[in-house]
Design a protein around this ligand. Structure first.
Ligand SMILES: Cc1cc2nc3c(=O)[nH]c(=O)nc-3n(C[C@H](O)[C@H](O)[C@H](O)COP(=O)(O)OP(=O)(O)OC[C@H]3O[C@@H](n4cnc5c(N)ncnc54)[C@H](O)[C@@H]3O)c2cc1C
Ligand code: FES
Length: 518
């Protein structure tokens, strides 16, 4: 697809359209308390797990490091779909047809749980049934789509293969595979209401309460401000697990960022949910009812976190160019980005976190498909905690042993790349002094002979931080679109003032203004 390139510099900071909706707020946990189930992380996984367990009359306590829903769930595309790109042919090859079928059914169950919850709690969240479509624009991917269609047929998935142009898409398409009966929604409207229901059911919720440590032996969660949450059982729903124990999660997860625009466009807005088979990825869905108007959500342009080949701003520009070329894009009221992890075999880790503790649970590695999967995780985790049977426990079990040889190879490969990255970023020499930083510009700078991460804000104030990641010590890279310091090793991100934005890091960067500017 030939797209018009024009570089726009967004002077405003990224902001998610979903988060422009009101969200209830809760206090910080400041005293030591005890609970039956402690849930760490206030995204779709944590909130839905808290809801199901509170409904089952368990005493639940949910803690969130920042504001609720400020993580990936507040920055998603919010398609509730079992069509995860072209995955079923691969799943059959890795796990066999029965397991691939279970994967499909698990996602359907997750989607139905969201629908039932919205219906039972009478939540207005723009939940609409939609078809999900992967489109190919090249011969190579037509073949992939044909293979996927054969996998659909084998698994009895309700879908259809078609060749040629799609009426509601303005660019040339060679082939499509459609999965019928999927859905889209407004995730924040939905989960904000679920939060209210958790409170109504007697659950306790705390914001700005970051878990620093979780001791395996006594399941006590140590909060940043010194408070402790003593739990019978704990769910780690922090997206990237902030604690690793010996689970080797840090070497079993690959992390990728992608970008989204909520755009006002002149052209008709496609009504199905679309995803390109080719890279760079392009994801499309409608956003209904924005002050009576319909907008187009354009997503994609993925790259490994902390490893963009171009300044990150270029990814927003690429999506905008696509929108302008094909949809007559007029205005971009919101733009945002986020990251998600994939596991070695593309199937999330949901269940008991390590074999040595039956009281600690995790759900992670959704490969950018954590809406239906997030709801399914809540169902699976609450069944495990309530000691009820669940048909998906083995498929998603984090300690599963499929792909053993490949696991080891990936482990080595990943660790080599992490080690390389560590050296590469550590030895980078700054090219600038802070005086050379323009307003709203950041990068590595040399101050009094020492290296620091500098950002001069829009008011001209200089912020200096130590760019050694507080997780395991890799060097950080400047992200000019988000104005953040990003780590390529495991995806931690920090604001220009050093605060943690994304884990697994839990400690802020050291601030260097006083030390270096004296
Ligand atoms: C750009 C993009 C588009 C996507 N689009 C789709 C889509 O269309 N459909 C789909 O199914 N999926 C999609 N996904 C994936 C989906 O959004 C995620 O998989 C899902 O939101 C993850 O939910 P979560 O609850 O695990 O994580 P989060 O929503 O990130 O929640 C984790 C929470 O834990 C908190 N936390 C972290 N560390 C700590 C700590 N130490 N103490 C306390 N709290 C902590 C965080 O602040 C955060 O609020 C997309 C992902 C991306 C990146
Ligand atoms: S070293 Fe692990 S995220 Fe930075």
């Amino acid at each position: 697809m030939n797209e018009q390139k024009r570089t726009t510099h967004y002077s405003n900071f990224p902001e998610s359209y979903w988060l422009s909706t009101p969200i209830p707020h809760f206090p910080t946990l400041t005293e030591d308390i005890q609970t039956e189930i402690g849930i760490i992380g206030g995204g779709i996984v944590g909130i839905m797990t808290a809801y199901l367990l509170a409904k089952a009359r368990k005493q639940v306590t949910l803690i969130e490091a920042n504001e609720l829903l400020s993580g990936v769930t507040g920055h998603t595309t919010a398609k509730i779909s079992a069509q995860h790109g072209l995955i079923y042919d691969e799943l059959i090859r890795i796990f066999g047809a029965d397991a691939a079928q279970l994967y499909y059914e698990a996602n359907n169950e997750g989607r139905e749980l969201i629908k039932e919850t919205a219906q039972n709690l009478k939540i207005e969240c723009e939940l609409e049934t939609k078809d999900a479509v992967v489109f190919a624009t090249s011969d190579k991917y037509v073949k992939q789509i044909e293979k996927e269609a054969r996998a659909y047929e084998r698994l009895g998935i309700d879908g259809v293969l078609a060749y040629g142009q799609v009426d509601e898409l303005p660019f040339p398409v060679e082939a499509t595979i459609t999965m019928r009966g999927q859905a889209q929604f407004h995730p924040v409207q939905f989960l904000a209401s679920v939060l209210e229901e958790i409170e109504h059911l007697g659950g306790r919720i705390y914001e700005n309460s970051r878990a620093l440590e979780l001791s395996k032996d006594d399941t006590i969660v140590h909060i940043e401000n010194g408070a402790q949450l003593a739990c019978d059982k704990v769910v780690v729903a922090t997206h990237y697990p902030f604690n690793d124990f010996n689970g080797l999660y840090f070497s079993k997860l690959a992390i990728s960022r992608s970008y989204a625009l909520a755009a006002k466009v002149d052209a008709p807005i496609p009504q199905a949910m679309y995803l390109s088979a080719e890279s760079p990825s392009r994801s499309l869905r409608s956003i209904p009812n924005v002050d009576g108007e319909e907008w187009l959500l354009i997503g994609g342009d993925d790259h490994d976190t902390g490893k963009s080949r171009t300044p990150t701003q270029a990814h927003y520009n690429n999506l905008e160019a696509f929108g302008r070329t094909w949809f007559g894009l007029q205005e971009v009221p919101y733009h945002w980005s986020a990251q998600d992890m994939s596991t070695l075999d593309k199937v999330p880790y949901i269940g008991q976190m390590t074999t040595s503790s039956s009281d600690i649970f995790v759900a992670t590695g959704f490969n950018k498909w954590g809406m239906a999967m997030g709801a399914l995780s809540a169902q699976l985790l609450s069944d495990l905690i309530l000691e009820k049977p669940n048909p998906y426990a083995d498929l998603f079990g984090p300690t599963r042993s499929k792909l053993k040889v490949k696991d080891v190879q990936q482990f080595m490969k990943k660790n080599t790349s992490v080690a390389k990255d560590l050296v590469a970023t550590k030895t980078q020499r700054p090219q600038m002094t802070p005086d050379e930083l323009n307003f709203d510009e950041g990068g590595l700078v040399l101050v009094n002979g020492k290296k620091a991460g500098g950002y001069r804000d829009v008011d001209g104030q200089l912020h200096l931080v130590n760019t050694t990641c507080t997780h395991l010590g890799c060097g950080l890279r400047w992200n000019n679109a988000e104005r953040s310091w990003d780590c390529a090793c495991h995806g931690s991100r920090f604001s220009y003032t050093g605060d943690v934005i994304d884990g697994p890091a839990v400690k802020p960067l050291e601030r260097l203004e006083e030390e270096l500017q004296d």
